[in-house]
Design a binder for this molecule. Structure first.
Ligand code: AR6
Length: 199
């Protein structure tokens, strides 16, 4: 998915912010949901509270969502804040593999990358220009944070290199520590890209 020809323009289409995803000024927010799509704790709980009870009522009609897939819904009460859609995706539960194994070598990596891919595809199909992602699977689902950030960044940059939409992707981290992990991963990626360009 990653292209060696990634340009600075693509890197400028991503941003890291620290905060509550329900407060972001974007067209769509991604929810780290569970397979029921009926709400839970963490970011899922925050999004359901902010969107209001209609979201749960609507999601009852969807019949759930498998791990690695995504579903788009209206944003209900969040529309007042300018958010048009909520894209619900179900990340993998980290299955205690070797967190230092090469990236992409375990099923959980593939499923997590699939979550990003599905959300980006839906964003493009729905004409959404700005999308905010939480750090999917890195809370209750226990995915190692650095590993998840590398997968998220690599996959999103790869997508943006080949697609006009979304125009901008925000990685919305709840804690400063998580935001630093993303910034460090982007920095490492940029250094790697410029070293390849100089060869
Ligand atoms: N805004 C942005 N990020 C947040 C927010 C928020 N308001 N609240 C938490 N986070 P988690 P998972 C961060 O556990 O690991 C739910 O119960 C949090 O700090 O929400 O994919 C679902 O129903 C962490 O970095 O999602 C599922 O059962 C990240 O969001 C299960 O948890 C993800 O943490 C999904 O687990």
């Amino acid at each position: 998915m990653m292209s060696n020809a990634l340009s600075q323009d693509v890197v400028e289409r991503i941003a890291v912010v620290q905060g509550d995803i329900t407060q972001q000024q974007v067209d769509a927010i991604v929810n780290a949901a569970n397979e029921s799509l009926l709400g839970g704790g963490g970011v899922d709980g925050a999004i359901h509270r902010a969107a209001g009870p209609q979201l749960k009522q609507h999601n009852r009609t969807l019949g759930g969502c498998k791990t690695g897939l995504a579903r788009s819904t209206p944003a209900f009460d969040l529309e007042k804040r300018g958010i048009r859609r909520i894209i619900h995706t179900v990340g993998p539960v980290w299955s205690d593999g070797d967190e230092d194994a090469p990236l992409g070598s375990c099923r959980d990596d593939v499923l997590l990358a699939s979550c990003y891919h599905q959300c980006l595809e839906l964003s493009e199909a729905e004409g959404l220009a700005t999308v905010a992602f939480p750090a999917i699977s890195t809370g209750v689902y226990g995915f190692p944070k650095h590993r998840a950030a590398k997968i998220a960044i690599s996959h999103v940059l790869g997508w943006l290199a080949g697609h006009q939409l979304p125009q901008k992707v925000i990685f919305c981290c709840f804690s400063q520590e998580d935001a630093d992990i993303y910034r460090q991963a982007i920095d490492t990626r940029q250094k790697w890209m410029s070293s390849r360009r100089q060869r």
